[in-house]
Design a protein around this ligand. Structure first.
Ligand code: 5RP
Length: 225
């Protein structure tokens, strides 16, 4: 049986090799990203001079607990490198993200980043995206309208719940997990979702990742753009 934490740790250790002094570093969210943040914390303790930009409150708290100096997103024009996780990726570096509900900040940080490094275990690589549902962040007022529009795209949507109630994101929105089956043309679907009124952002990351580092057993495999 695969040790997924070990694979994520190998990928995280490889990813932090891309860091150097003076960089602004986007800090992702999710279990893989948290392992990487632990590695960044160790490097900072040993003298690495970087400043982090967190993609969630949980990441901010973790980074602060490790004494990683932080910048606010509103104080940066660009980010040198971001290390984050993904729910699924294809060999041409298309991703689904947002399983942890932080896709909006993750996409803003990724969009500001010159390099977006994704770290995963070996279960995340797929031929076609879509086995994992596509998280869609929606303003609560528009949720029924968006659910109806998802059906028009031959998909089905479910409001994500937390403890029996709709999960509210850090931005005060709800998440719809959209099932579109296996997605033949993720860029097309990404555009269609973006155009639905009330959709703030979605978890299809197309043309954003520059590198995926996947841990496999005791090794890593690196996919570049
Ligand atoms: C959070 C994310 C995560 O990066 C994604 O869900 C992967 O998580 P993990 O590293 O725990 O498998 O997009 O919004």
């Amino acid at each position: 049986m695969k040790d997924l934490k070990h694979e994520k740790t190998l990928a995280a250790k490889e990813a932090v090799k891309y860091l150097s002094n003076g960089q602004v570093v986007g800090l992702g969210s999710g279990s893989s990203a948290y392992i990487a943040i632990g590695e960044v914390g160790e490097l900072v303790k040993n003298g690495l001079d970087i400043k982090g930009v967190p993609t969630s409150e949980k990441t901010r708290e973790l980074a602060e607990s490790l004494n990683i100096p932080l910048l606010k997103i509103e104080d940066v024009d660009s980010i040198d490198i971001t290390i984050d996780g993904a729910d699924e990726f294809t060999e041409d570096l298309q991703l689904i993200k947002g399983g942890g509900s932080f896709l909006l900040k993750e996409k803003v940080v990724a969009s500001l980043s010159k390099q977006e490094i994704i770290i995963t275990d070996s279960t995340k690589k797929v031929e076609f995206l879509g086995k994992f549902t596509v998280p869609i962040e929606v303003i609560p007022y528009a949720q029924n309208y968006v659910l109806a529009q998802i059906q028009k795209l031959n998909g089905t949507g479910k409001i994500r719940l937390a403890e029996g109630k709709p999960l509210i994101t850090e931005q005060g929105n709800v998440l719809i997990d959209g099932d579109f089956g296996l997605i033949q043309d993720p860029a097309l679907l990404a555009g269609q979702l973006t155009r639905i009124v009330g959709v703030v952002e979605h978890g299809l990351f197309i043309g954003i990742a520059t590198t995926v580092i996947m841990g496999v057993d005791d090794d890593v495999v690196i996919f570049n753009k």
